[in-house]
Design a protein around this ligand. Structure first.
Ligand code: FE
Length: 251
C-alpha cells in the first residue's frame, strides 16, 4: 500500500512524498530542507524525483537532493532544465520498480507550455494545472490550452485523488461561491475546508468527482456561472473559461 504525505514548503506549496514504508518518491521539491528532514526522520530511501514544470518553487531543491541522493529525475521534455534528468512526454510510462508503481505522463500545457501531470489510478499529481476549486495561472500558455488540459483531467475517473501543488482552496472557494452561491456541494466543501485548515490540515487531495461538482473552471458549461458572468447561452465553454481565468487574476 502506498501512502502519500504532504511536505509543506514556502508559504503554500506542497511537495508530495509517495512511499511504501521503505522507498520514497517526491514530486516537485522546490525546497530540499524539509524533504531531507522527513527522509531522515522516517528512514525512507529516496528512489526518484518527479517534476511537473519548471517554476522555481517546484524545482529549486533538486540539485541539493541529487547531490546527496543520486536518484533519477523525471521532467518535461518540452522544458529546459540545467540538472541531469530523463525527459518525459505525453503517454510515457515511468516504472518505479522499488515502489511497484507505474505512472503515465500526461502533457497538460497552460500554466507553462511543457507542464506534465503524473497519473497512476487513483493517484494524480498535477502540479499547478488543476487546483481544488481553481486552476493555475496562464504564465506561458493560452486559455484555450489550459481549458483543454483541464478537460482532459476532468475525464479521469471520479474517484481519482488529485494532489495539486498549492494550498489555495479557501480563496478559490470564495471566488467559486460568488459565481454559484446556491451550489450545495460548494457550500459543503467550504465548511469542510474551513475545518481542515483550522486544524492545520491540507485541503488535499481532492477528487475529480468533487471538482466536477464545485470547480468553476471545470463547469464552464454551467448556466448559473454563465449568468453570473452575464454571458449569453451560446457562449462556448472555452470563452467562459478565458473570462473566468481573467477575473480570477484580479480576485
Ligand atoms: Fe507553483
Amino acid at each position: 500500500m502506498l501512502e502519500i504525505l504532504p511536505i509543506p514548503a514556502f508559504k503554500d506549496n506542497y511537495i508530495w512524498l509517495i512511499n511504501d514504508g521503505r522507498h520514497a518518491v517526491v514530486v516537485d521539491p522546490g525546497d530540499a530542507g524539509p524533504v531531507f528532514q522527513l527522509l531522515e526522520q522516517s528512514g525512507l530511501t529516496l528512489e526518484a524525483i518527479l517534476i511537473t514544470h519548471h517554476c522555481h518553487d517546484h524545482i529549486d531543491g533538486v540539485v541539493e537532493l541529487i547531490s546527496k541522493y543520486p536518484v533519477p529525475v523525471y521532467a518535461p521534455a518540452k522544458e529546459f532544465y540545467d540538472f541531469p534528468h530523463t525527459p518525459v512526454a505525453d503517454g510515457d510510462l515511468i516504472t518505479l520498480a522499488a515502489l511497484d508503481l507505474k505512472l503515465t505522463v500526461m502533457e497538460v500545457p497552460g500554466h507553462t507550455l511543457g507542464h506534465v501531470a503524473y497519473y497512476s489510478q487513483p493517484l494524480l499529481f498535477c502540479g499547478d494545472t488543476l487546483f481544488s476549486c481553481g486552476c493555475g495561472r496562464l504564465h506561458e500558455g493560452t486559455a484555450e490550452q489550459m481549458h483543454q488540459s483541464l478537460q482532459r483531467l476532468a475525464q479521469l475517473p471520479a474517484d481519482t485523488l488529485v494532489y495539486c501543488a498549492h494550498e489555495y482552496t479557501l480563496n478559490n472557494l470564495a471566488f467559486a461561491l460568488e459565481l454559484e452561491p446556491d451550489n450545495l456541494a460548494l457550500q459543503k466543501r467550504q465548511q469542510e475546508v474551513i475545518e481542515l485548515r483550522t486544524a492545520d490540515k491540507p485541503s488535499l487531495p481532492t477528487t475529480i468527482g468533487l471538482e466536477l461538482a464545485t470547480n468553476p473552471f471545470l463547469r464552464c458549461d454551467n448556466n448559473t456561472i454563465r449568468q453570473s458572468l452575464k454571458l449569453g447561452e451560446n457562449t462556448v465553454p472555452a470563452e467562459t473559461f478565458r473570462i473566468l481565468r481573467e477575473m480570477k487574476n484580479n480576485y
